[in-house]
Design a protein around this ligand. Sequence first.
Ligand SMILES: [Zn+2]
Ligand SMILES: [Zn+2]
Length: 598
Amino acid sequence: MSLKVRYADGSIREVTDPSEALEIYRHSTSHLMAAAVSSLFPGTHLGIGPAISDGFFYDFQRDESFVEDDLPRIEERMRELVQKDLQYEPSIITKQEAIDYFSRQGEHLKVELIQEKAGETLSCYRLGDLIDFCTGPHVYSTGRIHPESFQVSSIAGSYWKGDERNQRLQRIHGTAFLTPEDLKSYLSQLEEAKKRDHRKLGRELDLFSISEEAGPGLIFWHPKGTRVRVVVEDFLRQEITRRGYEMVATPHVARNTLWKTSGHYDYYRDNMYVFNIDDEEFVIKPMNCPGHIQIYKSRLRSYRDLPLRFAEFGTVYRYEKSGVLHGMLRVRGFTQDDAHLFCTREQVLDEISSLLDLVLFVLRSFGFDQYKIELSVRAPDKKESYAGTEEDWEMAEGALIEAMRAKAMEWTRMEGEAVFYGPKIDVKLIDAIGRPWQLSTVQFDFTLPKRFDLRYIGPDGQSHQPVMLHRALLGSVERFMGVLIEHYAGAFPIWLAPVQVRVIPIAERHQEYGRQVVSRLRETGVRVELDDRNEKMGFKIREAQTQKVPYMLVVGDKEAQSGQVAVRNRFEGDEGPQPLESFIEKIREFIEARSVRP
Ligand SMILES: [Zn+2]
Ligand SMILES: [Zn+2]
């Protein structure tokens, strides 16, 4: 399908690239929304209205507040304007003409944008009665926007140019798709995502919270959330130790000199928590790399010591604007499952290869079977703006590609997406409802070994610089937990579930036996609870279901007499009575095999 698009100079083109078409369509819909808002609410001033990843928004300046009830009215007016089939009429005018026009209209935000723009002329678009300053392109006319393909969804506060020191604006969000069917499937995915929202489930399942008193973006892990976290961390620690990593621990605070050497003090300052004490400046670590480098540098290294693989569940703090914080997914304090590998050039390929094995093993263990791999490399036309030599980049890229080829992996090459200090592989998993999440990353670093002057003595007796790799499997424990919750809609696999078994005595006289069952299970390492409340059986079972407990063991007279338990699992319902010991054997097997379900 293609989209007929008109550019500022009046030229018309059929856009066939679906993502380009969608962006233009959404941006055109945002103008349509601005036109509807202007006609419904005279005196409203316009900010900007870009297309974004899930739709579009427009920022407005208006003395009164928009309310929820305005949204359907705006949508209706947009449909009326669609019926009128208004053209998005472009015109090129001089900068001065534009400033005069928008000043007369009282559109001071537009005037500011125009004044910042270089060049003598600029393009404007007329849509019905509304003239907007925009470079375009747009769809040819409003009739090209299907009346059932968009939705005006929400109102939020915003600031002019996203800066908190600027004027407050009101942002209206909407979404649009090229066809009504696409919109429909997006809305149903959204509905599904809402049910899985980790913030909602985190509260209902008592996993974590965020405290207003402590500040935004800081996660408080409750006992049940921490149980899951401990299982995740223990699993990883055991797995990487088996694969030749050494666990290390590094301080949370260091002198600014460390961060000056690493470069963070100059390039990352805005995201760091910096404070003074005893007339000295300190930094709360935003990254673990300089810490691991200190351990590397603590003694003279020989090629016989390499590769060195230092791993840490390193808690870091990074300042993020409060507007972008989101539950556990975007936070200010988090714990990375971080590691740094130091090796010789000859060892690089083997290291990458076993790293990729580890990444896939870990993702599969958590039940993620679908993923996308991206190889980020330099922008071919800007090679000089990257750190490292031509030889460095060739060696690194070559090793990444060779390792992926050897495993018959498929990847997308992302030109210009590499960070300036080296190429990387990112693994994005696809969750149960098709959403991609960026978790694992393997990154070369050509700058830190130089900045810290890392050396080892080679077999030739000479001093050499080791290759350094950063790698994270989960990214951060917080973010991973958020993804796990949403992927499983809170119903964790048996081996991860915060409560694996709930024992439910039928009547009060069965509580004693219930307690025996609980302590026997606990002895074998199963996470178990007793529901000894004075409630009806049906209520207790329903509640265990909503708490997503994998197994319920109902115990009454018969079970107490025969040392049995009546087993019910969350997935298939009743399994019937069985001896406690054989249930224990079975669940232990599931846990050890890291089964998602029986
Ligand atoms: Zn525009
Ligand atoms: Zn690092």
